[in-house]
Design a binder for this molecule. Structure first.
Ligand code: NAP
Length: 256
């Protein structure tokens, strides 16, 4: 009997897979029998994650050092993983930062550039490198971008982050249209607030945490693993007619 979301034997690269949501996604793929590559800026940390997932699930998981600000290195890592493995079935672009919480008129150039480079440009470069390899090899594949509720709605004091995540969803839609003829699907998963390092500041601030939970119909933050199953589904052959979509996983945030 066919299993929904079956990724056994597929090769998946999770860009930004060392912590939080990305690590939970990498873990879910390994648990489901995929061969996984995880990247992070620190080589040692990437290797540690890879070793621990290999040990836990008996799947080959490799760790790669990658700063997504380095375009040449992004291309190199995608190509290296793809050619070493003899094919790459899915790319998950999860790397993201949100270092600033400031009203739009106060955001400086450096902050804007860093957020756009990490959250948006790195995703473009990685997905393009992945698609070029698939097109050259005449193989289908799936790109999953980790967006945000800010891919869909505005968010106070997060102008650069919102621009990056809305840009990501728009970019994904156009890639989906451009690459449909090659059998390459491109989708965006849009989480609400998740308990990770990225949101540590707001979790520790009682007023902010309360404002977030009040605004969320489910009245809580998500755990990282709650984001992972839809990503596995979108990488699998259970979703072969789904492309250009934005999937909210947000406890109802964008429902009102
Ligand atoms: N947490 C939330 O509430 C939430 C909500 C919606 C969407 N998201 C999105 O989900 C994704 C993951 O967020 P998270 O909460 O899990 O964050 P996190 O715990 O801070 O993890 C971020 C991940 O991105 C990687 N990363 C950051 N900058 C990088 C760079 N320049 N080059 C390569 N890798 C880089 C980090 O790796 P290293 O630090 O090891 O390099 C890490 O693996 C992000 O795209 C974020 O925008 C998060």
């Amino acid at each position: 009997m066919a299993v929904v979301g079956d990724v056994r034997g597929k090769a998946v690269l999770v860009v930004g897979g060392t912590r939080g949501i990305g690590r939970a996604i990498a873990e879910r793929f390994a648990e489901h029998g995929a061969e996984v590559g995880v990247t992070g800026r620190n080589a040692e940390q990437a290797s540690e994650v890879a070793d621990s997932l290999t040990e836990a699930y008996g799947q080959p998981v490799s760790g790669h050092a990658l700063d997504v600000a380095d375009r040449a290195l992004v291309r190199e890592v995608v190509e290296e993983f793809e050619s070493r493995r003899g094919g790459l079935d899915a790319l998950v672009y999860n790397a993201g930062i949100s270092p600033s919480f400031t009203s739009a008129e106060k955001v400086d150039d450096e902050t804007w550039d860093a957020i756009i480079a990490t959250n948006l440009t790195g995703g473009f470069v990685a997905a393009q490198a992945f698609a070029r390899r698939l097109i050259d090899g005449d193989r289908p594949g799936s790109v999953v971008f980790i967006g945000s509720v800010d891919s869909v709605v505005g968010d106070p004091r997060l102008v650069a982050y919102t621009a990056s995540k809305s840009g990501m969803a728009g970019m994904a839609r156009t890639m989906a249209v451009d690459w449909a003829r090659y059998g390459i699907r491109v989708n965006t998963v849009a989480p609400g607030y998740v308990a990770t390092d990225l949101t540590a500041g707001l979790q520790q601030n009682e007023k902010l945490r309360q404002a977030i939970t009040d605004r969320t119909p489910m009245k809580r933050l998500a755990e990282p693993k709650e984001i992972s199953d839809v990503v596995v589904f979108l990488a699998s052959d259970s979703s072969t007619f789904i492309t250009g979509a934005v999937y909210p996983v947000d406890g109802g945030w964008t429902a009102w």
